[in-house]
Design a protein around this ligand. Structure first.
Ligand SMILES: *[C@@H]1O[C@H](CO)[C@@H](O)[C@H](O)[C@H]1NC(C)=O
Ligand SMILES: *[C@@H]1O[C@H](CO)[C@@H](O)[C@H](O)[C@H]1NC(C)=O
Ligand SMILES: *[C@@H]1O[C@H](CO)[C@@H](O)[C@H](O)[C@H]1NC(C)=O
Ligand SMILES: *[C@@H]1O[C@H](CO)[C@@H](O)[C@H](O)[C@H]1NC(C)=O
Length: 450
């Protein structure tokens, strides 16, 4: 269509050779003293393959943007998709026409004019909207200024640092560069500095809010030369509230739930193991769920992973605490049982021999136990000297072996200061919440203030 129109116009010009015939026959309805010269100027001697000021200085191209929407900010692909109105304006002295009005041309007539070869270097995919016609606008002012606007949707790469996810702040850029014209031919500038970009303030994003933005003018350096480049930087702050509700509160509640076990009697094994195992499993599910929308190929540790890890450790610790407490209770009981049994045995056989064992049953005196152990080890010698009776000797030997085992167990227990296994629960009731609170303070200080 464009080519047809072009050839038609050029044919008309060359055949008739004048403006008189031109407007009388073909463009009768455009009988306007201001529009007619524009069309003439467009057609006559205009070479769209040559930039304005061809043998002079560079063309200055002013740009401004309207961000219509930012649809998808993807952490997995590390990009965002934006729909933008890109406006470029430059002065083409070949298009000057008398008067002070402007002419808006059909978008298809763009192919008759020289236009800048701007491109978006970081875009992965982009397209110009074409419903119902190609969304572009061209307007020529009488002083030769050309305004060229486009509506583009582009998916643009944005390198994200997710180590503080979800308390992170991402800085993305939108870059505009000239594809073929270097700095000697074309110069880019933002038409109104930082105000050249509109629409970011009123943007509503699902997970982010636009914190700040500014524009810069730089140059891109490639092997083939230096090219003009404009950059829009904008900082996105993630709304952490969603994650607080979705992940942080449930995991804190799970940790608190795991502490419930400390208030349940140690004898109710099913209740306490059930709480422990259930909380561990639920936490695992929560951890899996928190990872689904994130790139997990590169193994950096995100803030949310750290928090879930902390919660998991506490929940697992609560389960282990029960295992320990239960183990020591059993230990306590069995040692006590054995002592009581042996004592009963000795009471039946010989009243005197039970004396050292009674002393050894007294808790928290490992020194005395060791002395009784020496005593008992000396006893058989004395007994052997005095009354070499086989049965008594056997019992004494048996007691000697047991006492050394008891002593070892006692010492191990004394290291862990487990006098009463129920103390483990009592200590855990204050220790777990305090340590969790402390770790939380450190975590939030680190991730919110640093
Ligand atoms: C166009 O305008 C000129 C004067 O400006 C007039 O002479 C001519 O008749 C007009 N043509 C038509 C088709 O209206
Ligand atoms: C444009 O021209 C008209 C008349 O030629 C004049 O009245 C008007 O003020 C001008 N506008 C500007 C912006 O110069
Ligand atoms: C050309 O005219 C437009 C509209 O009147 C104005 O905005 C622009 O500044 C002018 N350009 C020059 C170079 O005078
Ligand atoms: C644009 O904003 C940035 C950051 O706020 C600032 O450093 C810069 O000076 C501003 N530029 C202009 C032209 O106002």
């Amino acid at each position: 269509m464009c080519v047809q129109l072009n050839t038609l116009l050029i044919l008309g010009l060359t055949v008739t050779g004048g403006a008189c015939m031109f407007h009388n026959h073909h463009w009768g309805e455009w009988n306007d003293s201001q529009l007619q010269p524009t069309i003439q100027k467009l057609m006559k001697g205009y070479n769209r393959y040559l930039r304005p000021n061809f043998n002079e200085g560079p063309v200055e191209i002013g740009m401004s943007l309207d961000i219509a929407s930012i649809d998808a900010i993807s952490e997995i692909n590390m990009d965002y998709t934006a729909t933008i109105f890109l406006r470029q304006r430059w002065r083409d002295s070949r298009l000057v026409f008398p008067g002070n009005e402007s002419v808006s041309l059909d978008g298809r007539l763009v192919s008759l004019l020289w236009i800048p070869d701007t491109f978006i270097p970081d875009s992965k995919r982009s397209f110009l909207h074409d419903v119902t016609v190609e969304n572009r606008l061209i307007r020529i002012f009488s002083n030769g200024t050309v305004l060229y606007a486009l509506r583009i949707t582009a998916t643009i790469a944005c390198n994200m640092d997710l180590t503080k996810y979800p308390m992170d702040r991402q800085v993305c850029t939108l870059q505009l560069e000239s594809w073929g014209y270097n700095l000697q031919d074309v110069v880019f500038y933002w038409t109104r500095g930082n105000d050249s970009v509109k629409g970011l303030d009123t943007l509503r994003l699902a997970q982010y809010s636009v914190e700040s933005y500014y524009t810069t003018v730089t140059e891109a350096v490639y092997e083939t030369g230096q090219y003009p480049k404009l950059v829009l930087h904008f900082a996105l702050r993630r709304n952490v509230l969603f994650f607080i509700l979705e992940t942080y509160v449930p995991s804190v509640l799970l940790v608190v739930l795991s502490w419930v076990s400390f208030w349940i009697s140690q004898s109710s094994v099913p209740a306490r193991t059930c709480i422990g195992v259930t909380t561990v499993l639920t936490m695992t599910t929560l951890m899996m769920g928190a990872r689904t929308s994130l790139p997990n190929a590169n193994c950096f540790i995100k803030a949310i992973d750290v928090y879930l890890g902390i919660c998991f450790t506490f929940i697992f610790g609560a389960l282990l605490e029960y295992a320990c407490a239960h183990f020591y209770t059993m230990e306590h009981q069995t040692v006590g049982d054995i002592k009581r049994e042996i004592q009963r045995e000795f009471n039946e056989t010989n009243g005197n021999a039970s004396l050292p064992i009674i002393r050894s049953t007294q808790p928290n005196q490992s020194v005395e136990i060791s002395s009784t152990a020496e005593e008992t080890s000396q006893q058989p010698v004395r007994k052997e000297a005095n009354t070499p009776e086989g049965s008594k000797e056997k019992i004494a030997d048996h007691e000697c072996g047991l006492s050394s085992v008891k002593e070892a167990a006692r010492r191990a227990a004394a290291v862990l200061t487990v006098e009463n296994p129920h103390n483990i629960d009592r200590h855990a009731r204050t220790l777990f919440p305090l340590v969790f609170l402390f770790v939380n303070i450190l975590y939030w200080l680190y991730y919110l203030c640093l």
